[in-house]
Design a protein around this ligand. Sequence first.
Ligand code: FMN
Length: 397
Amino acid sequence: MLRRLRLLTAGESHGPAITAVLEGMPAGLELPPGYVDEQLRRRQQGYGRGGRQRIEQDRVRWLGGLRFGRTLGSPLAMLIENRDFANWAEEMAPEGPEVRRRQVRVPRPGHADYAGGLKYRARDLRDVLERASARETAARVAAGAVARRLLEELGIELCSRVVAIGGVQDTSSVAGLSIAEIRERTEASSVRALGAEASAAMVARIERAQREGDSVGGVFEVRARGVVPGLGSHVQWDRRLDALLVGALCSIQAVKAAAVGEGIELAAAPGSQAHDAFALPAEGGPPRRTTNRAGGIEGGMTNGEDVVVRGWMKPLSTLPRPLPSFDWLRGEPAAAHRERTDSCAVPAAAVVGEAMVALVLADALLDKLGGDSMDELRERLALLWREPPPFAGRTAS
Ligand SMILES: Cc1cc2nc3c(=O)[nH]c(=O)nc-3n(C[C@H](O)[C@H](O)[C@H](O)COP(=O)(O)O)c2cc1C
């Protein structure tokens, strides 16, 4: 999925740590102290998260690839300790005697327990759920933060917002807002919504779910501004940036659909109202568009407008009032396994979505421009504009 960068994560939810190795970042990228930790902190926020977030205070420990706050061009190795491991040291011991006090025997419909149990022939379904858990996304957010820093250096800004929770929609428009303004408003909302009224209604929806022993999903949006045109390509199916972005969003646990721009709505619209018409300004200069229904991608390539993608997250499957299931070892009916859980993780998923979009965009940039150092990358970016497109010389009509 990534062409120039390589990312691997490892670690179990209640094991000693979550880790990431990111390879392919150019040398000389500055990472100010606390930069990655701030993104990890954002992932832990959001109304509706469970008790785990009170235990963890995620911080990255660098094990490789960084020296004096700058990337070396070698693989970046990051470790995020699981503080909760202290409470699971025997049950999750990497070595030593088997302690299965917290064995999982009843698969949760909608989680990885059943399919993973079949696939890996697990007797204790904890062997599956520990890695299926979205605690893994801490590693993605750490790696994504590095990609985000690279994009920032090249003038590309990212933000996200939650547009729906449990059927409650935020219809606020981002028109005319800078990325900084969108960030300011969403960071002030406990559910990362833009509109204050919608934010309150979403919180009320989560509280209702909690009272009912239930969970809720929703929709988030990620936006990137300042993206150079020509990332991705139409020439081969696996180089189309829309496919890569949608795949990256759907790789996030519980995200079951994703769309570029207004992709879902456009399927019902007539063509005349589905595309972004060009207008040539009378004063000369490049063509402009007043809409961005395409979400900044045409023909699998960025077109210079904001890149806008959305992810649809299903309700979480660990339920305080569990669904009917069965005992995996005895074959008898039983209520699904219960474990400490979030009731809504859409705000956190939005932050993970930012990380995934940052990784895909950084990868596409490096794929286009190459460069082993930041200086080389900057030089090559500047070269993109040396030959101006034909319309650049257009004079007023
Ligand atoms: C940030 C985040 C937090 C999550 N927290 C929980 C949780 O507390 N309880 C739960 O049952 N699922 C949670 N999930 C979803 C599960 O990890 C996911 O449903 C499971 O791994 C099965 O994968 P699937 O839903 O993609 O099929 C979370 C997902 C994300 C992105």
